[in-house]
Each structure stands twice: as C-alpha cells, then as structure tokens.
Design a protein around this ligand. Structure first.
Ligand code: ADP
Ligand code: MG
Length: 342
C-alpha cells in the first residue's frame, strides 16, 4: 500500500543531480535551482570576467601634457582599492602591490563607470567617457578601437589608456552546446563600449546585445526579458559575482562563475561554478535537464505501477504477494534509473 516509488522519485533525482554537479565543482543551492536551470530558455551573460577572462592588458597609452608613466601611475593610484579587473591591470603595469604608504583618500567606485579619488591633493577621475562627461570633462576620441579608460586630474583631461581582454577559451563551444540543449535566446549585457562588444557578440553568435549599460540599465534589460518569457520557461543570468548581486537576485536562476573565495557570489547566486571554466555551464544545464527528465520518468513509472498493482490486487487478479513485489520492483527501478545521474 505504500507508493514509495512515487514518493521518492522526484526528490531522489534532484538530490542526486546536486551531488553530480558538486563532483564537477558546481555548487547548487537547492532542488528548485535545478528545476529552474532545466527550464531555462533565455540565458543572459555579463561580459567582463564571464565571457571574457577578466584579465585586462594595457595595449596603448595616450597621455596629454604628461608622460605615459605619469598617466599610468595616477590612474593606478586612484584604482588602488578597486577590485575591478581594469584596476588590477593598471596596478600591475606600474607595480603597485598594496595601498600602504599611498596618499589616496576619498575613493569612490562608481559601478559601470570607474573611480574617483584624491591622489596626493589632486582629484582624479579614472573611467569611461560617461564618468568624465558627467563631471563636465570632455574626452578625446580614442585613437584606435578598443576599450578606453580616460583620466582627468583636477577637472583637466589627461589622456586615455587602451585596455583589452580576451574571450575565454571554450566560450564558443560552450555557447553552441547550450543552444543544442535548448537555450533559445542568448543575451550579452555589458557596460563596455559597443565597438568592443559588437565583434565579440557576433563571433559568439549572441541573439541580443546591449552595450554601454549602467548597472541600472542592466536591471531594466533583465526585467524586460523576465516579463517576456514563456510561462513554462525561465531566465538564467551568468555573471562573475562581482557587482552583479542585484541581477543575480532578479532572475529565476543566477549562476556565478569563478565563485571560489568570492563571498559576494556565495551570497547572491543560486548556482556557483567554483572555477572559471565556462565549459561547466553546459554541463550544469545537462545535469539539470537529465534530472528533470529522470524525475518525470520515475514519477510516471511509480504512479502507473503502484496504481495498476492496487487495482489488480483489489480485483483479485493479482495476489497480494505479487502486488507487493511489483511495488518493490518499481521502487528499485526508480533507484536504478536515478543512478544515470553520475
Ligand atoms: P561589464 O558590464 O562588461 O562587466 P562593468 O560594468 O564592470 O563591465 O564596467 C563597464 C565599464 O565601466 C568598463 O568597461 C570601464 O570602461 C568602466 N569601469 C568600471 N569600473 C571601472 C574601474 N574600476 N576603472 C576603470 N574603468 C571602470
Ligand atoms: Mg562586470
């Protein structure tokens, strides 16, 4: 009389899938996250640190009325406390390892824009065109295409630094696999300039690109995608857990890449990929789809066999012993079927 197969079928598959993901270094916070991943049809990606490596290199320096070294040192000093990948590149270029002995005060980091700080006794802005123009400073048009980081000291424009980041290895294949797995819409959101984002989006076949976005624009882009999804589908957001908490919390399932050691990612994401291997994304989706498939098979088998055994037993067609054996057999079958999730 105990329909054990039907009772255990769903939880068993989801719990086993969480274990299978953990073996690959993917930490899933709960069964509902597996379900949301399996239903994902729209996948939204942050660019820097997610699709790209997030390890910028400086490709050129264009100072105005100062030396290249002076421009780099000023920019790196203002960025001394920042955890943005661009800040790491600037500090590395001039060899700043710690903030000790540096005369940097009143640092303000403006997400999606850059930083402002008092360096020595000068007010320095380091960031994109939007940041400087908001403070009434007009920027030079970058002499070459690429992401330009502009610098201003005490309201005067001092030049720009070109930086570049590389697409993560395996990104193309990972995105293709996701498409085969049923992700219908791939969206790239970035605060970076269109001239950098467009070639990247077309190389990776993104269906939709929004560039030069402020953090609040990214939120409204997500809200739009959430309100336009089908009732039986979900929206996933993939970020690096750095300043994307609000986005992670807004979607059905937030996935953080390179989450090991990032407290912010642990707090906000539903799924944490411990390393930065983007190939783990299709693996995570694959596991969730298989779990959802197996749980449906299990529940169908559990209900059908138990019901048949009960009805046939009550009608006297099946002996009690045979009915009990059928119930146990389907429980065992459900267990064995679930073991497909390795
Ligand atoms: P993404 O959307 O690609 O993850 P972000 O939102 O982190 O990018 O940043 C968008 C843009 O804002 C960067 O491309 C850069 O121009 C500028 N920016 C943001 N933070 C910084 C910083 N700390 N230093 C310099 N520029 C910055
Ligand atoms: Mg980012």
């Amino acid at each position: 009389a105990c329909p054990s197969a039907a009772v255990i079928s769903v939880s068993l598959a989801y719990i086993k899938s969480i274990g299978a993901a953990a073996k690959l270094g993917i930490f899933v916070k709960g069964e509902d996250c597996i379900e949301s991943m399996a239903m994902a049809e729209t996948m939204v990606f942050d660019k820097t640190g997610t699709i790209t490596e997030g390890r910028y290199v400086i490709t050129d320096v264009f100072p105005v009325n100062m030396t290249e070294r002076e421009l780099l040192t000023t920019a790196a000093s203002a960025e001394v406390f920042s955890r943005h990948p661009i800040a790491y590149a600037l500090r590395e270029a001039v060899g700043i390892r710690s903030a000790k002995d540096m005369k940097v005060t009143q640092v303000e980091e403006i997400p999606g824009r850059g930083v402002s700080a008092i360096v020595g006794d000068e007010l320095v802005y380091v960031g994109n065109t939007a940041l400087l123009e908001e403070h009434g400073i007009s920027c030079e048009l970058p002499s070459r295409s690429g992401a330009a980081i502009h610098v201003a000291i005490d309201g005067k424009y001092c030049g720009h630094i070109l930086v570049a980041d590389r697409i993560r290895s395996g990104a193309f294949d990972a995105l293709e696999s996701l498409r085969v797995q049923g992700i219908k819409k791939m969206v790239l959101l970035t605060g970076d300039v269109l001239s950098v984002a467009r070639p990247l989006a077309s190389k990776l076949n993104f269906d939709m690109l929004r560039a030069e976005l402020k953090p609040e624009d990214k939120l409204s882009a997500l809200a739009y995608l959430m309100s336009n999804k089908g009732s039986k589908s979900s929206v996933a957001f993939v970020g690096d857990g750095y300043n994307d908490r609000a986005l992670m919390e807004r979607v059905d399932v937030g996935i953080a890449m390179g989450a090991l050691g990032s407290e912010a990612a642990f707090m906000s994401a539903d799924v944490l990929v411990m390393d930065r291997d983007i190939r783990k994304l299709p693996k995570a989706i694959g596991i969730s789809k298989l779990a959802s498939h197996i749980s449906l098979e299990n529940i169908a088998a559990g209900i059908c066999v138990n019901l048949a055994a009960a009805v046939l037993g009550a009608a006297g067609i099946l002996s009690v012993t045979a009915a009990v054996i059928a119930c146990f057999a389907v429980s065992a079958a459900v267990l064995i079927n679930t073991l497909r999730l390795k």
